[in-house]
Design a binder for this molecule. Structure first.
Ligand code: PXP
Length: 250
């Protein structure tokens, strides 16, 4: 069954809206862990618009589950990560004006910038993941770099309208997943996943981690974070159980 990594950036966004101390993403992480989250994901952006350096440091000391740090190809943030030592680094593209991460990392075009960052991770025994679109050229380039994990961007699937378009995007994710698993690279996915659309992604063979933020924090406004995390965990568990039954039935 895939791990659930709860992305708590939006809790920090709410805190930054008033520039004070509340709500504290570190407290949110503890609640999420107690509710069954297998990991906590944060994106320390270069402009520090939500998560702050202090959050990274306190989370490293507070939580017992996997701490996954999303970051751009910033040498300065990599040096900070080498000191703080999250359990996993996920490299993502970053543009100042974007509302959220808009597409996958262009591994084909940025190979020469990514390779030295991955070398530095290896030197310091840090697990590295690349967040990419499920496009064959990007998948091939990520495999060629010998990265530890790949997180497939599920945004196009999540935004697809109509069953035909959804099927096309899902097929792309499945093909990319097969190639990644066949290459012996750990398979992750995330972005835009909700209670409604997570099941098929959770059931992809070899899926090891799903990173989900907005849907959980949005739901938490109405039902509380504990329940919102439990509901997503249940959806992932149900989808994986269905998958196991289907495999057993041949
Ligand atoms: N994975 C990555 C690499 C992301 O950048 C994000 C958004 O910060 C997510 C997962 C979570 O996306 P969402 O908030 O839409 O669930």
């Amino acid at each position: 069954m895939p791990r659930l990594g709860v992305n708590i950036d939006h809790v920090a966004t709410l805190r930054q809206a008033r520039g004070g101390r509340e709500p504290d993403p570190v407290q949110a992480a503890v609640v999420a862990e107690l509710a069954g989250a297998d990991g906590i994901t944060i994106h320390l952006r270069e402009d520090r618009r939500h998560i702050q350096d202090r959050d990274l440091r306190l989370l490293r000391e507070s939580i017992g589950v996997i701490l996954n740090l999303e970051m751009s190809l910033s040498p300065e943030i990599l040096e900070l990560a080498i000191v703080v030592r999250p359990d996993q680094l996920t490299f993502v593209p970053e543009r100042r004006a974007e509302l959220t991460t808009e597409g996958g990392l262009d591994v084909v075009g940025l190979r020469d910038r990514i390779a030295p960052m991955l070398d530095r991770c290896r030197e310091h025994n840090l697990i590295a993941s690349l967040f990419i679109d499920p496009d064959p050229a990007q998948v091939e380039a990520a495999i060629a770099l010998g990265v530890d994990a790949v997180e497939l961007h599920t945004g196009r699937y999540a935004n697809a309208a109509g069953s035909k378009a959804i099927a096309v995007e899902f097929a792309a994710l499945r093909r990319a997943s097969e190639a990644i698993v066949a290459a012996g690279i750990e398979l992750h996915a995330g972005h835009g996943l909700t209670l409604k659309n997570t099941g098929p992604i959770a059931a992809i063979s070899g899926m090891k981690e799903l990173n989900i933020g907005h849907a959980i924090v949005a739901r938490a406004v109405f039902v509380g974070l504990d329940r919102a995390v439990r509901e997503m965990k249940d959806a992932i568990t149900a989808a994986s159980a269905t998958n196991r039954t289907a495999i057993a039935a041949g």
